[in-house]
Write a protein that binds this ligand. Structure first.
Ligand SMILES: CC(C)(COP(=O)(O)OP(=O)(O)OC[C@H]1O[C@@H](n2cnc3c(N)ncnc32)[C@H](O)[C@@H]1OP(=O)(O)O)[C@@H](O)C(=O)NCCC(=O)NCCS
Length: 228
């Protein structure tokens, strides 16, 4: 229980996506997609809402959305689902956003252009994992679920909304038969390594991402999570 009332976590609806996109861009601005703006991120969140492998959860307090979690129960299947059905819409929105952001467009072409182009054209497989090949020890089990983004609005932090969102996600993955969830977080104050370590996530690797920042990969088996 927090000063502003009880936190409730549940599935997001279409009406929540303006708020989840705004929170994502404001509080997790790293990476390409948030830099493409709220309109693009809203479409990305909607694609997760529609995909059978996507998960969008919100934390509400007094009816207001104060946090969200974006994830997938099976990363390759989710990306394939989204590209199979939303490729044109996302490409158009992404290109439109890049046209109004020339500096971002240049950086995009330099660091990610060929890889994204191959994937969008269907000529490259989506890697199963969140880190690149060789960054993290491989294990021979099934699909990898990924916690892609989690944000709690600054005024609602410290009231266990983040914990409730991630626990709900892990129980969804476990119910879907998943035995491994991974995520990537920036090292240092721009990431949330301490938040995940408190909840039992194990650091399995570190590397430098495409923006030149050190990032850590964390992993957890959702079937053995201790809840509060
Ligand atoms: C990370 C975040 C989602 C946590 O949400 P929250 O609702 O404040 O988390 P909780 O209240 O459930 O906190 C649980 C515990 O983790 C700790 N914690 C929370 N955020 C932390 C952080 N960034 N680093 C280290 N520890 C953190 C809390 O102090 C608390 O510890 P306690 O159990 O000893 O009291 C929130 O701080 C946030 O939105 N940060 C900005 C976006 C971000 O970094 N997202 C993760 C990117 S991968």
């Amino acid at each position: 229980m927090s000063a502003g009332g009880e936190i409730e976590v549940g599935p997001a609806t279409e009406d929540d996506l303006r708020r989840t996109a705004a929170l994502h861009v404001a509080e997790l601005p790293h990476g390409l997609f948030p830099r493409l703006g709220e309109g693009f991120v809203r479409r990305w969140h909607r694609a997760h809402l529609e995909s059978e492998y996507g998960v969008v959860l919100v934390a509400r307090r007094g009816g207001d959305v104060v946090g969200f979690l974006l994830g997938t129960t099976d990363r390759p299947a989710n990306v394939a689902w989204i590209l199979g059905r939303r490729r044109r819409e996302l490409m158009t929105a992404g290109l439109r956003a890049l046209l109004t952001r020339p500096a971002l467009a240049l950086g995009f072409v330099r660091t990610r252009g060929p890889r994204y182009a191959r994937r969008l054209l269907g000529r490259a497989a989506v890697p199963a994992r969140v880190a690149s090949r060789g960054d993290v020890p491989e294990a021979g089990f099934g699909p990898i679920a990924v916690l892609e983004a989690i944000v709690v609005a600054p005024e609602a932090r410290g009231a266990s909304a983040g914990t409730a969102l991630s626990e709900e996600f892990l129980s969804i993955v476990a119910a879907a038969g998943g035995d491994r969830v991974e995520l990537i977080t920036k090292a240092g104050a721009r990431g949330a390594a301490g938040f995940y370590e408190r909840a039992g996530w194990r650091r399995v690797g570190s590397h430098v991402d495409r923006d030149g920042d050190e990032v850590h990969t964390y992993r957890i088996d959702p079937r053995f999570v201790r809840t509060r």
